[in-house]
Every structure is written in structure tokens, then in C-alpha cells.
Ligand binder design. Structure first.
Ligand code: PLP
Length: 426
């Protein structure tokens, strides 16, 4: 049998093996020589630091994943029950490009309301997505394809991956004011001015609830004003809803912004994630939806969402879709889920009060923003240098001063408060 090099010599018609080898080695360019190392992800980089630390009392307040009061990850009881129900399921075939239809039907009801007229009239295009990140990316790709030239406006600050997602999809990005460092609250006037100044028909990426990283949400009245102004300007609101239920403990209340905009007659879009509220982080399960003006439009829009999915990952995974539709499709499991979401939100709300109490006990100053903010994160107001100093105490958080409240427990809250005071008062 001829060796590979001899075969190459033969097929290339090259006279000697040595000549062939010489020409082969000179013919192989280094394809990746200009590739530089990507910048470290600001959130995942914190986890790396945490893992390298040998201190048994170390705290990871970087990543936004729920932990119980012992600092352990949680699998919800409703999910365990759903697992039992789908155990032994023999269906392992591909899902369609748009995912599991039953799952999408449940998801849009959860986001837009059971009695929503658009849901009933079949005017919401929806596909299963690879969790919240995947939904956002589908939206960014959809915008790029069907509204080329439109800009997306992103809050300052925002979840850092929003910039990667819309940037990599090739959509032009602008920012708008949202957070006011002086008050550690909402910059409502700045936000309204920027919305008014944006070119009509722009896209606004809004956090439906539990804004990441600030924990600052507009009130219902403020949402109403934002909605009215955006309607006047003909802007498109796209809601990233990664924390439905996590802000107030009530999934319906946490979707109130969407409801307010729909009542004003907006067309809206939504990215849903079941990572946090159902604890399905690694299952990568979410839903991307856009409201439409007719059933025909819905069919066309949904077909194009599927076309993008097809070229990106062909079709989404099965297991998470089965879990979520089992929970949402069974009234008893759904009620259990609502209770468990409330339990997680309440633990976080309790930890906010406890952190504030401990901070005020040590410093005597007011730390009201800790309890005013909502959801998984607390934007402490710490500077990057102060965060570097707190790393020395084996406490890890992102350098923008964001704490994941889910990592705070009755056992570590006092040490955390003391450490914050120490690094902020020098
Ligand atoms: C604002 C926001 N959007 C989307 C996501 C996406 O999360 P996932 O892709 O895990 O659902 C996150 C996760 O941290 C987030 O904070």
C-alpha cells in the first residue's frame, strides 16, 4: 500500500519525495498567526480568581447564579418533579428549527399574560432559544437582516455581553443614560432626554426587571412615561427579561413593563430565560418573541427567525424545553414553581436588609440603595481600586462594584459588610 506522502507525490505528479516534502512544508501557511488572545470576560474572570483562592472562607459574589443560605446551587423541587415525569422519555429526535411548540406557547403566555389579546389572536412570533443570550443574539441577527441601518440603544451600564452580542451581529450601538452614580438610582431625566434625542424608529434594549448590573428598575409610573415617549418617537422596545420573578418574587408583576407598553399599542420583542428563575442555567433554555400585526405577518416573521436559527445551530436542545413545558403545563407544578421563585426572591430581599443593617451598624452611614435596588444584583458604588482591595480579603465581585446578592448568606453577611466598610473608608 502506498504511504500518504507517496500518494501525494503520485497525484501531484512531483518527481521526488524530497521535492514533495519541501514543497509541502513551504506550502503550509500559519493560518492563525495574527490571532490575539481575547480580552478576559469581566464576569467569568472573577470566577477564575475565586477558584484559584485557597481560603476556605472565600466568597464568590461575581457570577449571577442563585445559591441557598449555605452557598450551594439549587435544583428546584418543581424541576425535580418534572424530571420524574419525563424520565424514560424515548423521544430523542431533533426538535424543529423553532423548537418545541408547546414550550413556546407556555412561554409567551408567561411573558405577555394568559389573557393577552395578541396571544389569543396568534399574533406573536416565537421560537425556542439557547437561553437569554441566544434570544438576544437571534434578535440582533434579525435586526441586522430586516432593519439594516437601525441602531440599538443600550443602557449605561448594562450586562457586558449585550455589547458583544449586538456588536458581533454587526448592529450599530448607541448608549443611553440610565444610572445615576450620585444617587445610586435611576437617571430618569437623562434617560428621557436620550430617548427623545434618538432618531425615530430606533431600537431600545430595555431590562424588563431586575436591571443587571445596577438593580435599579423604573417604577410603574416611570415605565408609563417611557412608554409614552417611545411611542411618540416610534421607537421599538426590546425587553431582555432574564429575571422574571426574581425582582419582586411575582412573575406577573415582574412583567409589568411589557404590559404597560402593550397597552400603549407598541409592537414589542422579548427575550426570556429560564436560567435564573427555574435554575436551568446549563440547560440553555429560553424563548425569543416578537409581536406582529396579523397572523400572516406572524407566520412570515417566525419563518425568518427559524431561518436564522437554522444557519446558527439548526435546532435547539430538547431536555430543557421538556422540563419547562412540564412545569408550566401542570397547574400544581406551576404553583410550586411560583412559590419557589418567591422563596428565592425573598431570600435575596432578606439578605439586602441584612447587608444594609450590618453596613449601617459598622459605618453609621446610610446604605439605603442596598435595599432600594432590586433583583439579583447590588451596585455598591465601590470603585475598581476598592474592589481590588476587597479581593485581598478573598471576596470576589466584578470590578464595577457589582455584588451578586445570591452569594450573600446569613453566615457571610457580617464579614462582607465589615470588608466593604474597610475598603471604602480608606
Ligand atoms: C441582563 C441579562 N440578559 C441575559 C442574560 C443571559 O443569561 P442566559 O443566557 O444564561 O439565560 C443575563 C445573564 O446573566 C443577563 O444578566
Amino acid at each position: 500500500m502506498l504511504s500518504l506522502s507517496k500518494k501525494l507525490v503520485k497525484s501531484a505528479g512531483i518527481r521526488s519525495l524530497a521535492t514533495a516534502q519541501r514543497s509541502m512544508s513551504s506550502a503550509v501557511p500559519d493560518f492563525w498567526k495574527d490571532v490575539e488572545e481575547a480580552p478576559r470576560d469581566p464576569i467569568l474572570g472573577v470566577t477564575e480568581k475565586f477558584l484559584a483562592d485557597q481560603n476556605p472562607d472565600k466568597m464568590n459574589l461575581g457570577v449571577g447564579a442563585y445559591r441557598d443560605d449555605d452557598g450551594n446551587p439549587v435544583v428546584l423541587q418543581c424541576v425535580r418533579e418534572a424530571e420524574k415525569q419525563i424520565m424514560g422519555n424515548k423521544f430523542m429526535e431533533y426538535l424543529p428549527m423553532g423548537g418545541f411548540k408547546e414550550f413556546c406557547d407556555h412561554s409567551i403566555k408567561l411573558a405577555y399574560g394568559d389573557d393577552n389579546s395578541l396571544v389569543k389572536a396568534n399574533k406573536i412570533a416565537a421560537v425556542q432559544s439557547l437561553s437569554g443570550t441566544g434570544s438576544c443574539r437571534l434578535m440582533a441577527d434579525f435586526m441586522k437582516k430586516f432593519k439594516p441601518g437601525a441602531k440599538v440603544y443600550i443602557t449605561v451600564p448594562t450586562w457586558s455581553n449585550h455589547h458583544n452580542i449586538w456588536g458581533d451581529a454587526g448592529v450599530e450601538k448607541e448608549t443611553f443614560r440610565y444610572y445615576k452614580p450620585e444617587t445610586r438610582g435611576l437617571d430618569f431625566d437623562g434617560m428621557m432626554e436620550d430617548i427623545a434625542a434618538a432618531e425615530g424608529g430606533s431600537f431600545f434594549l430595555l431590562h424588563a426587571c431586575a436591571h443587571n448590573p445596577t438593580g435599579v428598575d423604573p417604577t410603574a409610573d416611570q415605565w408609563k412615561e417611557v412608554s409614552k415617549l417611545m411611542r411618540e418617537k416610534g421607537h421599538f422596545p426590546f425587553f431582555d427579561m432574564a429575571y422574571q420573578g426574581f425582582a419582586s418574587g411575582d412573575c406577573v408583576k415582574d412583567a409589568q413593563a411589557i404590559d404597560i407598553f402593550l397597552k400603549d399599542g407598541h409592537m414589542v420583542g422579548c427575550s426570556q430565560s429560564y436560567a435564573k428563575n427555574m435554575g436551568l442555567y446549563g440547560q440553555r433554555i429560553g424563548c425569543f418573541s416578537l409581536t406582529c400585526n396579523s397572523e400572516e405577518e406572524k407566520t412570515a416573521v417566525e419563518s425568518q427567525m427559524k431561518r436564522i436559527a437554522r444557519a446558527t445551530y439548526s435546532n435547539p436542545p430538547l431536555h430543557g424545553a421538556l422540563l419547562v413545558s412540564t412545569v408550566l403545563g401542570d397547574p400544581a407544578l406551576k404553583a410550586l414553581w411560583y412559590d419557589e421563585v418567591k422563596g428565592m426572591a425573598d431570600r435575596i430581599i432578606g439578605m439586602r436588609s441584612s447587608l444594609r443593617e450590618n453596613l449601617e451598624k459598622v459605618s453609621g452611614d446610610k446604605w439605603q440603595h442596598v435595599t432600594d435596588q432590586i433583583g439579583m444584583f447590588c451596585f455598591t458604588g465601590m470603585t475598581p481600586e476598592q474592589v481590588d482591595a476587597i479581593y485581598e480579603k478573598s471576596i470576589y465581585m466584578t470590578r464595577n462594584g457589582r455584588i451578586s446578592m445570591a452569594g450573600v448568606t446569613t453566615k457571610n453577611v457580617e464579614r462582607l459588610a465589615k470588608a466593604i466598610i474597610e475598603v471604602t473608608s480608606t
